[in-house]
Design a protein around this ligand. Structure first.
Ligand SMILES: [Cu+2]
Length: 160
């Protein structure tokens, strides 16, 4: 029941992220490509963040956290489908970036969860934040807000 909606939002994201919208940040051997978020309804308390990170170095690194100006808390979540229902859980210990690997935090998969939103996330705007890595340290980034609405509404948020 939920899967087609997730597939649709993923397709919409790809359709919107053309070369004109791309932006990237460098931190040592890491390339952080196109941090983005989705618009949220006015009373929403949670939003989501997406990004692709490539490690061109010879050593592994690890995404362990971050921050966003619009949110009180920043968590890394993984999505799973159990009994046909999409669920998410917090990833303890972060996400490993092996040498040569690219990790994608995207709708329907692992993603950044922005909790305790201080203000709605508005399409066409952007907000500052950071990504924190074990080796590369704290990297300032900017999230662009695009797409058709936050995907998190299609997930169960038990445990938040
Ligand atoms: Cu989540």
């Amino acid at each position: 029941m939920k899967t087609p909606a997730i597939a649709a939002t993923v397709a919409a994201c790809f359709a919107l992220s053309g070369p004109a919208a791309a932006h990237e940040f460098k931190a040592g051997d890491l390339t952080i490509d196109h941090p983005s978020s989705r618009p949220t309804p006015p009373a929403a308390r949670v939003g989501a963040g997406y990004v692709s990170i490539r490690n061109d170095g010879a050593e592994p690194d690890r995404l362990v956290g971050g921050s966003a100006d619009v949110a009180g808390r920043f968590e890394i979540h993984a999505s799973t489908v159990e009994d046909g229902v999409a669920r998410m859980r917090r990833v303890e210990g972060g996400i490993v970036l092996e040498p040569g690997a690219t990790i994608k935090l995207a709708s329907g998969g692992s993603h950044i969860m922005l909790l305790d939103l201080k203000e709605p996330i508005v399409k066409g705007q952007s907000f500052d934040g950071t990504l924190v890595f074990e080796r590369a340290g704290t990297v300032p980034v900017r999230f662009s807000v695009e797409g058709l609405g936050v995907a998190t509404t299609s997930f169960s948020h038990e445990g938040h």
